[in-house]
Every structure is written in structure tokens, then in C-alpha cells.
Ligand binder design. Structure first.
Ligand code: PGA
Length: 235
């Protein structure tokens, strides 16, 4: 695991942009993408740049169960607003939150990932160490799954909704096994609220109590953090 520490979110996001640009220049065609506050600056930098994704496909990590793609709190809507409307891709794939046949949706999404092996997967990390919506206790062998969101995730994400009661309690998420099949993984974490999870991910034991620790089992992981998120690392 390569850990790079930057003074500011802007500088860290610029480095993340450089990783995307280099991957694209080296022939990467499929990009795994993430939502949340963490990648917003990176997506802004992409939008303002000349990066060209018209020959690329994107595959998002997760989507709230029950929300249609045009719902303002859906991750599909977030991606359209922050990136896809301004930077077109050849294809954009996200789980379909409105598909109530979860076995069918899981199979559909796993097939998409199998047909489009991910070259570079972008990740954030939850304060509880989740990646995607793979919450503590998740089985590292899972591929796409319908998950119950942890109470702390609902609490953290309620800022985007009217109240905690409006946050969906379930989501479709790419599983840890699928994430680990990506050729390169780029994880971003900013702010002191992520410091403990970052420490566990980098220096702690590999345990499904902290899903991001599974990344220690992958040999091509770049972690880009700001000083606050790095503050508990021992070196
Ligand atoms: P955030 O979420 O980027 O909004 O902090 C990250 C995550 O929960 O994976």
C-alpha cells in the first residue's frame, strides 16, 4: 500500500487526477467510481480539465435501494451532476436502485463488472472503515450485494436528506471481492473523522470488522490522504 499525504484536499485531489490521467494515457478503459463528499474536488478538477472519457466506461460502487436514478439523493443523480453531464463517457453503469428483484440486480451488475474489468477503482472510506457500502462484518468473498446500511452510515449520510428517517436503509454495493479484482485501487480520505479508519486500514490487522483492511490483500493500492486523515498513522 502506497500512502501519500498532502497538506490540502485540493493538492491531494490534483494528485488523484494525475493518477487517472496517467491510467488513461496507459490504456485504461474502465474506471470504477465513487460518490460522497470525498471525490467532489477530484470531479471538479476533471470537469475543468481536458481529460477525455469518451472511449471509457464507468462502473459505480453503489446505489441506494429504492431510489430511482433521477432522485436528487440517488448516486446516479450525483454522478450526472458532478461528472457525467459535463464529461461524457462511452457508457456509465450504476446499480439500479429501483430493481426490487435483488437476485436479478446482483446478477446483472456482476455481469457488467465481468464484461468490463475495472482498470482503476476509486474509493472513499467511511468513518467505520466501510468501502462502497460494505459495512463492518461484511464477507470479503461477496461480489455485488444488497446490504443493510450501518446506523453510523445512516447518521453520516443524513446530511444529504431532510432527516435520518429519509435515508434509505439498504443499498446495492459492489462487494469486496469485486473491488479487489480491480487492477489498481485509489483510495481518498480527508479530514480527522477518517483518521481512525485510515490507521486501521494501513496499520491494523486484516479483519472484516474494518472492511478497508481487505485492501492490504491487494498489491496495487494508492492511498491519498490529507494531513488530518493521516494524523494517527505512526510513520
Ligand atoms: P464521504 O463518504 O466521501 O461522504 O465522506 C465516504 C464513504 O462513506 O465511503
Amino acid at each position: 500500500m502506497q500512502v501519500l499525504v498532502f497538506d490540502t484536499v485540493k493538492e491531494a485531489s490534483q494528485k488523484a487526477y494525475d493518477v487517472f490521467k496517467e491510467a488513461l494515457n496507459n490504456g485504461s478503459k474502465v474506471f470504477g467510481l465513487a460518490t460522497g463528499s470525498t471525490p467532489e474536488t477530484l470531479y471538479d478538477i476533471m470537469v475543468q480539465s481536458d481529460i477525455d472519457f469518451t472511449q471509457s466506461a464507468s462502473i459505480n460502487l453503489d446505489e441506494y435501494y429504492g431510489l430511482a436514478g433521477d432522485h436528487p439523493q440517488s448516486y446516479n443523480y450525483f454522478m450526472n451532476e458532478h461528472l457525467f453531464n459535463k464529461k461524457p463517457f462511452r457508457a456509465n453503469y450504476l446499480p439500479d436502485g429501483k430493481n426490487t428483484d435483488s437476485a436479478n440486480e446482483v446478477e446483472r451488475y456482476n455481469q457488467i463488472i465481468a464484461d468490463n474489468p475495472i482498470d482503476l477503482q476509486l474509493l472513499g472510506i467511511g468513518g467505520n472503515g466501510h468501502i462502497g457500502f460494505n459495512e463492518p462484518g461484511t464477507d470479503f468473498n461477496e461480489r455485488t450485494q444488497l446490504v443493510d446500511l450501518a446506523p453510523e452510515t445512516i447518521e453520516a449520510n443524513k446530511r444529504f436528506f431532510e432527516s435520518a428517517n429519509d435515508v434509505p436503509s439498504k443499498a446495492y454495493s459492489m462487494g469486496i471481492a469485486s473491488i479487489l479484482e480491480s487492477k489498481t485501487i485509489l483510495l481518498l480520505a480527508f479530514g480527522e473523522g477518517k483518521a481512525e479508519a485510515v490507521k486501521g486500514m494501513v496499520e491494523g490487522p486484516v479483519t472484516n470488522d474494518l472492511p478497508a483492511s481487505a485492501l492490504q490483500n491487494h498489491d496495487n493500492v494508492i492511498v491519498i490522504v490529507d494531513k488530518a486523515a493521516a494524523s494517527l498513522l505512526s510513520k
